[in-house]
Ligand binder design. Structure first.
Ligand SMILES: Cc1cc2nc3c(=O)[nH]c(=O)nc-3n(C[C@H](O)[C@H](O)[C@H](O)COP(=O)(O)O)c2cc1C
Length: 206
């Protein structure tokens, strides 16, 4: 049996051809070509902040796959202090677009509002530091990486009017909208080059 670290390409080939792109969607139209899934490095390289989307709807299967990946995200003391709101009706989209008024954002056919549940987040006893923002950030990145795997674009958005978002969606007091994530098929196939600090600037061996 191949070990976790020595998985051979010919074995992984079959394993990696998985849902949702293999199947006809219940909505009829197949949007995603059958393809080999990416490993984490490939996903990290391929994911980028997509700021322009085609109008095609996000297939239900892809959304459910993304949400499955999100639900499995780790959280401090496994508190899972989060709630995710899906905006894809005209009404919900028009509300979320008021909270982040950008032309490109309005092209997304679906937006996930990622909320921290402050009633359930872990608080570190040694210094009282709350961890909801850490937990929601991990979950949000699961959304983005899973979306990339599905061939969908995404973008973290934190620079939005959180108070307006809270009010328009009538969110419970204990919930704080922390991140908006638009999802959809990127309007362009060009992937911008990554600009990142060199390894030597960010890693130190002690
Ligand atoms: C916490 C966080 C908040 C962000 N907020 C916004 C935002 O409000 N609007 C936006 O256009 N991009 C936002 N971004 C996207 C970043 O600008 C982007 O991730 C960064 O420039 C790196 O580019 P890349 O995602 O294409 O690799 C945010 C990213 C993070 C991680």
């Amino acid at each position: 049996m191949a070990s976790y670290w020595t998985r051979k390409d010919d074995e992984s080939e079959e394993l990696r051809t998985v849902k949702p792109w293999e199947e006809e969607t219940s909505h009829g139209k197949i949007i995603f070509p059958k393809r080999k899934a990416m490993n984490l490095l490939e996903l990290a390289q391929t994911r980028y902040s997509v700021r322009g989307y085609k109008q095609d709807a996000v297939p239900e299967e892809a959304l459910q796959y993304i949400l499955d990946c999100t639900r499995l995200a780790p959280s401090a003391v496994n508190k899972q202090p989060w709630h995710f709101y899906i905006c894809r009706t005209e009404d919900a989209l028009s509300k979320v677009r008021q909270c982040y008024n950008r032309e490109w954002f309005a092209t997304a056919p679906l937006v996930i509002v990622c909320c921290i549940n402050h009633n359930e987040e872990w608080v570190r006893p040694s210094d009282g530091h709350t961890h909801g923002i850490v937990d929601i950030s991990i979950a949000a990145e699961h959304i983005c990486l899973a979306a990339t795997e599905c061939g969908l674009g995404s973008c973290w958005v934190c620079n939005f009017d959180t108070a307006l978002c809270h009010q328009l969606f009538n969110l419970p007091d204990n919930q704080e909208p922390a991140v908006l994530i638009p999802l959809g098929i990127p309007s362009t196939e060009d992937i911008p080059e990554k600009t990142r600090k060199p390894m030597g600037d960010i890693v130190t061996e002690l």
